[in-house]
Design a protein around this ligand. Structure first.
Ligand code: EPU
Length: 429
């Protein structure tokens, strides 16, 4: 298993190119199942989760071609992926594949909508909580699917097609909204989704579906209206920039001090997180290439933050903010409201010398003068990267174990940071 070695204490300066968003790429790839035509995605990041999903789609009979690197291409450019689900050969998504990545459960929506049947393994719990799929099932049932749970699988049937309906989510859910959008696009009649998730990745997927011929209005707002169509076609779409990667590097430079340009970032996708950084005393500026984030000479002020669905502060930046606040001049409070168990980084940050007290869903972080390097490991993607942020400011060497978590969602993390002055290297074993 690879490890990452970091020696802390160096400020970051320079430019980091922001990759395409993981959490848009995955549902966009899944949306390819809705059409016989070819979906071409640009700006696809090179991530372990993308490779896992390629395998899952291949099992359904999907052909995927990644365009080769052409002369003049910079290594920083995202990939172009041609996805063709001309013929779906299998409507089952087996446990061995779905258990590798939860989002693969979402194939249930395009499969039932296009094929009238789907048999998809229940994904099970994960490191950040039980993460049920009851609301995804509710959405499909509202559209007329008959659902049974059989041997750990969700078996969905709609031999005469899905029918548009009203879907009211009792809580905001990204996975539920993606499922409803994809399924309703090919349903007969009109669907109205109330209390839809407003995350930018939902809007990105809806924009792509509209290019494929869907009739979706209101994506990005709480009420989405979808007029079903009988067929979707191929299209070409460029994945939006990753707001979580952007926020992560913004917090990294806030931690180390220095001056970073995050090229290709779209500040409006993470305004709430940028507001928190400004409150902490970090300089944040929109520029014509993206975003500039700097901290020179000032200490960090403590903050109080609660995670919320978009446009609130994202749960996917909670661990990174906590790492940052370990060095603030005073006491911060961070409350996690989206996932029930997303604090595994707390004990690992403590190994680096952080003072964090957990009480239910709230963490109280007392800023300390210095952190000290140590071997650490983490159990999920965002927790791992919070350890990298802490390590960048810790005295001496930190060894981050279980790097495969990072590879799921951060493209070339160590190269991007090393190019901006960090002492960081991957140790392959
Ligand atoms: N929930 C239910 N029932 C459901 C679905 C969700 O109770 O049927 C609950 C969840 O357990 C959770 C809350 O609702 O407590 C929100 O879940 P949501 O469906 O919004 O999350 P998700 O779609 O499973 C996506 C991202 C996550 C991100 C969340 C919240 C992808 C592939 N995943 O998950 O990203 O944290 O939205 O923004 O888009 C990550 O990238 O590290 C990551 C975990």
């Amino acid at each position: 298993m690879d490890r990452i070695r970091i020696v802390g204490g160096r400020p970051l300066s320079g430019t980091i190119p922001i990759s395409g968003a993981k959490n848009a790429t995955l549902p966009l790839m899944i949306a390819s199942l809705l059409t016989e035509g070819t979906l071409i995605l640009d700006n696809v990041p090179r991530l372990a989760d993308v490779i896992t999903l390629q395998r899952i789609l291949a099992n359904h009979g999907v052909d995927i071609m990644l365009s080769g690197k052409r002369a003049g291409d910079s290594a920083y450019q995202g990939q172009t992926m041609h996805i063709s689900a001309a013929r779906i050969v299998d409507t089952t998504a087996p446990y061995e594949l779905v258990s590798k990545m939860r989002a693969s459960f979402w194939v249930i929506a395009p499969l039932i909508a296009r094929m009238g049947e789907a048999r998809v393994s229940l994904p099970g719990g994960c490191a950040i909580g039980t993460r049920p799929v009851d609301l995804l099932i509710m959405a499909l049932e509202r559209l007329g699917a008959k659902i049974e749970i059989d041997g750990g699988y969700v078996v969905a049937r709609a031999p005469n097609g899905l029918k548009g309906n009203e879907i009211v989510f009792p809580k905001v859910t990204v996975s539920g909204t993606h499922t409803a959008l994809m399924a309703a696009s090919l349903a007969h009649g009109t669907t109205v989704i109330e209390n839809a998730a407003r995350e930018p990745e939902i809007k990105d997927v809806a924009d792509c579906l509209n290019k494929m011929g869907a009739k979706i209005s209101g994506a990005g707002q709480s009420r989405i209206v979808i007029e079903g169509v009988s067929k979707l076609s191929g299209a070409r779409h460029s994945v939006l920039p990753d707001r979580i990667e952007t926020g992560t590097y913004a917090m990294a430079v806030a931690m180390t001090g220095g001056d970073l340009t995050l090229a290709g970032a779209r500040p409006e996708l993470l305004q709430s997180a940028l507001d928190v950084l400004v409150q902490a005393g970090v300089e944040v500026q929109s520029t014509n290439v993206g975003l500039r984030v700097a901290r020179n000479g000032h200490g960090l002020a403590p903050v109080n933050v609660t995670t919320q669905p978009f446009p609130g502060f994202p749960t996917d930046l909670q661990a990174q903010l906590m790492a940052l606040m370990t060095r603030a001049n005073g006491t911060s409070h961070i409350t996690e409201t989206i996932f029930e168990n997303r604090f595994m980084h707390v004990q690992e940050l403590a190994r680096l010398g952080a003072h964090i007290h957990l009480d239910g869903e709230t963490a109280t972080i007392e800023g300390v003068d210095k952190l000290k390097g140590a071997p650490v490991m983490a159990t999920d993607l965002r927790a791992s990267v919070s350890l990298v942020i802490a390590a960048l400011a810790a005295e001496g060497e930190t060894m981050v174990n279980r790097v495969y978590h990072l590879d799921r969602g951060f493209e070339r993390l160590e190269d991007k940071l090393a190019a901006c002055g960090a002492e960081i290297a991957r140790i392959s074993s």
